[in-house]
Design a protein around this ligand. Structure first.
Ligand code: LLP
Length: 421
């Protein structure tokens, strides 16, 4: 469920007209709904009711500080994968003891900053990383709490670019070697080994891979405890998929995932962490763009919009589908036709959708891409010297620009001409 609905013949974000935002900030832009973000967080929180737990929003999906603050105010933890993300979480006022640091290649400098600023736990992914972290912690007179990310060799049955839990993926340590690696970690004086971490992929629409992975983690937990390790926390990763089309079947709900967690690891008495990104942010955001031209090709019509693959890369990168709707509500029975929906960038990959059945559009019409809250703004670039597009947050009948569109001057001023030129 989200809060982007038609009222009075046009699309609203909560109680704000999308067209009004477009008038004020210009197109294209991202817009997020506070009520939707809060609701999605709450649904996850409730899914783990009865277990000691922390829902750590995977901010790689949407990293605007205002969004982090609103989730942080609700009690969310944050999953970060770089020190840039860590500092954003801090800037949003999220305390270090609610920040989990994941990622396969943390540098010593990143470790130092996180340790000095306070951190709930590092999810470490290799033995060299463990050794480095222990050294950095000792040099600061600290002990780093860690969970070790295991790779359970489970097929997440999702897009190959976002599957992470098979042995050929770069993530975690093979679960078959976990016993030795934990024994090694226990000898490192700068570490406190608190838990096990697992994350098998993103946009999972089947619960079975989660179940298999969690079962392996539960077995490992018992083995490690028998070896004398005080395992008290399980980080079960993110990955629950969202509906990208309104017509398709609905993927499992957070409450269903919560049930699987309870069944597979509930008996261990561990504190549970999860790291959802897409499910919290995905359907809480739209990208809104304006039709520049409608161009008739030989065998098709192109809808050329003012957003492009640099603003929302998912369709070109993963062949991802986003529902696309007119901001002005189409009349019942109005004529439809197929469009290739494309941006202005000079490559064919700058195509959002092919032969998409849409109501007829004209230049100047506003068009909204749904499910764009997660992995939208965060993956944007300035390719073709197109400045990053603004982000807007709606809350009831109010809205605010939470990242402004840079001017061309600001964009160009970042380049430096060396003196010899
Ligand atoms: N935890 C870890 C360690 C992760 O690597 C990820 C996502 C998450 C949590 C959050 O997963 P989620 O709940 O959002 O599925 N750019 C791609 C998705 C990449 C996901 C990377 N890792 C896309 O646009 O589909």
């Amino acid at each position: 469920m989200d809060h982007f609905i038609y009222k009075n013949g046009e699309l609203y974000a909560e109680d704000v007209r999308i067209a009004e935002i477009a008038e004020k900030v210009g197109t294209p832009f991202y817009v997020y709904s506070t009520a939707t973000l809060e609701r999605h967080f709450q649904v996850f929180d409730e899914a783990l009711d009865g277990m000691e737990h922390l829902v750590c929003f995977a901010m790689k999906s949407l990293s605007n500080v205002a969004v982090l603050k609103l989730l942080g105010n609700r009690g969310a933890g944050i999953d970060v994968v770089s020190i840039g993300e860590y500092l954003r979480a801090k800037a949003a006022g999220v305390p270090g003891n609610r920040i989990v640091f994941s990622g396969v290649g943390k540098t010593r400098e990143e470790m130092r900053i996180a340790l000095e600023g306070d951190i709930r736990q590092f999810n470490v992914e290799s033995e060299p990383e463990m050794e480095a972290l222990s050294e950095v912690a000792l040099s600061l007179g600290k002990i780093a709490p860690i969970a070790i990310r295991v790779n359970p060799d489970v097929d997440a049955k999702t897009h190959a670019k976002i599957a992470t839990g098979k042995k050929e993926n770069k993530f975690g340590i093979p679960i078959s070697r976990a016993k030795e690696v934990y024994a090694h970690a226990a000898t490192l004086k700068g570490l406190d080994v608190v838990g096990i971490d697992v994350h098998i992929g993103s946009q999972l629409t089947d619960l079975e891979p989660f179940r298999l992975a969690y079962r392996k983690v539960a077995e490992l937990c018992e083995t490690l405890r028998a070896e004398g390790h005080n395992i008290r926390r399980l980080d079960l990763g993110g990955g629950l998929g969202i509906p990208y089309t309104r017509s398709n079947e609905v993927p499992p709900l957070p409450s269903d995932l919560g049930q699987v967690i309870r069944e597979e690891v509930g008996h261990l008495g561990c504190e549970v962490e999860i790291e959802p990104g897409r499910l919290i942010a995905g359907n809480a955001g739209l990208m809104v763009t304006e039709v520049i031209y409608v161009k008739s090709g030989e065998d098709r019509d192109f809808m050329i919009v003012d957003a492009a693959m640099n603003d929302l890369v998912r369709p070109s990168m993963y062949d991802a589908h986003h529902d696309i709707e007119l901001v002005k509500e189409p009349q019942a029975g109005a004529e439809k036709q197929p469009y290739d929906i494309v941006g202005p960038i000079c490559e064919t990959g700058d195509t959002f959708a092919k032969a998409r059945e849409m109501n007829k559009v004209a230049a100047g019409d506003l068009v909204a891409f749904r499910s764009a809250g997660a992995y939208g703004a965060v993956m944007a670039s300035e390719y073709n010297s197109r400045p990053l597009i603004p982000e807007v947050l709606v809350n009831g009948d109010q809205f605010a620009v939470i990242r402004k569109r840079p001017t061309y001057e600001e964009m160009i001023a970042r380049d430096i001409i060396p003196e010899w030129l």
